[in-house]
Design a protein around this ligand. Structure first.
Ligand code: CAA
Length: 295
């Protein structure tokens, strides 16, 4: 991991995270554990409560496993506040990280509001896993401070931060975010604003091919996953991972990449479309390539 030097001041003491779902809550947690004052923003109190409960539960589990000191858990929780007022939450931030669902219009709307309220030197980041940053930030004032900070689920455990650099981004700001990744305990990579970046492009490609193999009866889902887990040391096979991410989420990304990259590699298999139409979305619906009803 990239370690920040002891003396280096935190470039982003105040962070606002927009969206309190799994990713937003995880991002808020790692920022708070890194010593930032964090405001977690969402449209409703219920979502915020769910997000905060998830963070507290994750930290508690960390304490039980001996991975987190009780005093560090308490300090991290004390650095977290919640807000349903996006403009107020953005106004005080040094860094705003957006982690709302993957809808371009929604993200554009949020950044228009954020840019209207935030300081002009505040850095604005999106956690999008595949959408074009040029499209998300189109029309935003001072695009030099806009970039992608793509985290991975479960955020507090996964070591990677994929930094996405749009053409208009200031390389100095990208370098600052790179250093900040070390403070968060993450290893950064920097990727151009290209469809699917590095991670989603390769990860979705593998997942889609695995589905095509199930469709063609090449092997069972369990055996295809085992092939990659034991043969390639992937921590989790591509079908189990698709279940975890959500078939609907992956289908939307595949449709987008097929269109943007003009490649049949990303054409979603008929089986995937059928499963999504039947509500077999993976873990969240209780059924995907695996039965999750007991978990
Ligand atoms: N607090 C602190 N540490 C914790 C913890 C907690 N609450 N829970 C677990 N850990 C630590 C464990 O102590 C362990 O640490 P060590 O390796 O030092 O022992 C480590 O985290 C792994 O925990 P487990 O051993 O319990 O779990 P595991 O071995 O079953 O691994 C996993 C879990 C890391 C999630 C693994 O299954 C994995 O890597 N899966 C693939 C995840 C993945 O691919 N994610 C990306 C999805 S795509 C995405 O997110 C991008 C997108 O845009 C959609």
């Amino acid at each position: 991991m990239t370690e920040p030097s002891e003396e280096a001041p935190n470039p982003f003491p105040k962070v606002t995270v927009v969206g309190a779902g799994t990713m937003g809550a995880g991002i808020a947690q790692v920022c708070a554990q890194a010593g930032c004052e964090v405001v977690l923003n969402d449209v409703g109190e219920e979502a915020l409560e769910r997000g905060m409960n998830g963070i507290a539960a994750f930290l508690d589990k960390g304490v039980q496993r001996g991975k987190v000191q009780p005093s560090d858990r308490d300090a991290a929780l004390a650095r977290l506040t919640t807000s349903t007022d996006l403009a107020a939450a953005a106004a005080t931030a040094d860094l705003v990280i957006e982690a709302v669902p993957e809808h371009l219009d929604l993200k554009r709307k949020i950044f228009a509001a954020v840019a209207g309220a935030a300081r002009e030197d505040a850095v604005l980041a999106t956690n999008t896993s595949s959408l074009s940053l040029a499209a998300i930030f189109d029309g935003i004032a001072a695009p030099r401070r806009c970039l992608g900070m793509h985290f991975f689920n479960p955020v507090p455990i996964m070591a990677l931060l994929e930094i996405v650099q749009p053409e208009a981004a200031d390389p100095q700001i990208v370098a600052t975010v790179r250093d900040f990744a070390g403070r968060l305990g993450k290893e950064p990579i920097v990727v151009k604003d290209s469809p699917g970046f590095a991670t989603s492009r390769l990860g979705v490609c593998l997942g889609l091919e695995a589905i095509r193999m199930v469709e063609a009866g090449v092997a069972s889902a369990e055996d295809i996953d085992k092939a990659m887990e034991l043969g390639y040391r992937h921590p989790m096979g591509p079908l189990r991972l698709t279940d975890l991410v959500g078939l609907d989420v992956r289908l939307a990304i595949a449709d987008y990449l097929a269109k943007e990259l003009q490649s049949p590699v990303f054409e979603p298999p008929a089986l995937m479309r059928a499963m999504v139409a039947e509500g077999k979305l993976g873990k969240k619906s209780g059924q995907g390539f695996y039965d999750w009803s007991e978990s």
